[in-house]
Design a protein around this ligand. Structure first.
Ligand SMILES: Cc1cc2nc3c(=O)[nH]c(=O)nc-3n(C[C@H](O)[C@H](O)[C@H](O)COP(=O)(O)OP(=O)(O)OC[C@H]3O[C@@H](n4cnc5c(N)ncnc54)[C@H](O)[C@@H]3O)c2cc1C
Length: 392
């Protein structure tokens, strides 16, 4: 069996994992970053990168690397409610439209440049902890692999229950992941790039019975379409992914009109299920939880990537302190939970409220009237569901 050793093992190489791996390597630690997928890959995401996310990237010296990908400036939004009413809003700050295919790959490159050992196509199947540190059991091309590390950090995303063949979770998180959905709504997320749609510097959000779809320009003449759909309203496992989008368009005439000339780009489709939204963050479960493992904000807020990056930014100095022997594991756990709670609790609460309000078809006319009369109110709601700028 292949056996490896490192100071830190980061489990999941999405945005949160890549950022913390780079940050720790920059402090001189030997870091292994593991992901079950191979990259680049298309990922279900609206690909709308908020200004707050940009501020975190800047703090870690990654802004220039991301700007080289030529993200599209996004300054305006258009919201179309289920009943057809629509409003236009100026966004508070310039956001970017950027493909996750390119963004994640660029962060991997930055992490590797800092000395991180990236292992893709490698699935974590279990994590154990003793006085010496962590044992991570993984599989690469069907072959078992054992990694020993003083610190382990979970950045394996929000739907680990669906994705994990084994059981790397311990304690409370394991129970949560096994818990039946109960009253929680099980969403499915789908995405595809399209050509033949002109959005300029606008992001558009269309609401319809059972979900919503966001359109965001991502450059190279492409628009990304990502939808969050209530499984109860969009039945039919095994159907072609694009048929979900066609059905959404049948439920929202303005979306049908917008997508009339759209041509799906082959190989850019992906889906994820179940998507479980969270109202409060969960920071720790035997090891620190980052990004979507800690909190899943309603996608319509457009701040999930920002939260993933921020959780890594909050956790990195504490992980460094632990590795240096300046913090115990319980101290790291307590401080990280406090910092996450302080920054994430508000946006998650407001995000959940917005998700409830905007997804309710009957609320459309009321919201439309309210936002038209008081556009500043809409702006405030958007801001309340977002993190503060990094260090601000
Ligand atoms: C429909 C939809 C639209 C969205 N739109 C936006 C948007 O416009 N803007 C925005 O900011 N956010 C958006 N989000 C949210 C955003 O995509 C996530 O918040 C963000 O990707 C979280 O990053 P992460 O690093 O925590 O997790 P991820 O990016 O999911 O990375 C987790 C990684 O862990 C790996 N992994 C999982 N299990 C294992 C295992 N057992 N072993 C090894 N590796 C493993 C996975 O392969 C994956 O690469 C949207 C989400 C959805 C569902």
């Amino acid at each position: 069996m292949m056996q490896l050793q490192a100071d830190a093992a980061v489990l999941g190489a999405g945005l949160a994992g890549s950022l913390i791996a780079k940050a720790l390597a920059d402090q001189g630690w030997d870091v292994v970053l593991i992901d079950r997928q191979t990259f680049p890959r298309h990922k279900v995401c609206g690909e709308f990168l908020s200004p707050e996310a940009q501020s975190t990237l800047a703090a870690f010296g990654l802004l220039d690397a991301v700007m080289e990908l030529a993200p599209v400036a996004v300054n305006q939004s258009r919201l179309v409610f289920a009943g057809g009413q629509e409003i236009a809003l100026k966004l508070p700050g310039e956001a970017w439209g950027i493909s996750r295919y390119r963004l994640d790959e660029r962060l991997h490159q930055a992490a590797a440049d800092s000395g991180v050992r990236l292992m893709t196509g490698t699935s974590v199947v279990s994590v154990h902890c003793d006085r010496e540190g962590y044992y991570i059991e993984a599989k690469q091309n069907g072959q078992p692999l054992m990694l020993r590390a003083k610190a382990a950090i979970a950045a394996w995303g929000g739907n680990a229950r669906a994705g994990l063949p084994g059981s790397p979770h311990t304690g409370e998180a394991k129970r949560k992941l096994r818990r039946p959905l109960g009253k929680e709504i099980a969403y499915v997320g789908v995405k595809s790039h399209f050509s033949g749609v002109e959005l300029g510097d606008k992001v558009e959000m269309y609401f319809f019975r059972g979900g919503y779809m966001g359109l965001c320009p991502v450059g190279e003449g492409r628009v990304n379409a990502a939808a969050l759909l209530d499984r109860r309203a969009f039945d039919g496992a095994g159907r072609p992914l694009l048929s979900f989008m066609e059905e959404a368009a049948l439920r929202q005439p303005a979306l049908a009109q917008r997508l009339a000339g759209a041509i799906p780009i082959e190989g850019t489709q992906s889906a994820v299920a179940p998507v479980r939204l969270r109202k409060s963050p969960g920071a720790w479960d035997g090891l620190p939880l980052l990004g979507d493992s800690a909190s899943v904000i309603a996608p319509l807020c457009g701040d999930g990537m920002s939260m993933a990056l921020r959780s890594a930014a909050l956790c990195a100095p504490l992980a460094d302190g632990y590795l240096r022997g300046n913090l115990s594991l319980p101290e790291w756990s307590r401080l990280y939970a406090e910092r996450l709670q302080a920054e994430f609790a508000g946006p998650l609460r407001w995000g959940s409220l917005l998700q409830g309000m905007l997804s309710c078809a009957a609320a459309g006319p009321l919201l439309h009237g309210m936002f038209r009369l008081a556009p500043r109110l809409a702006e405030r709601l958007v801001k309340a569901s977002r993190l503060a700028p990094y260090g601000g």
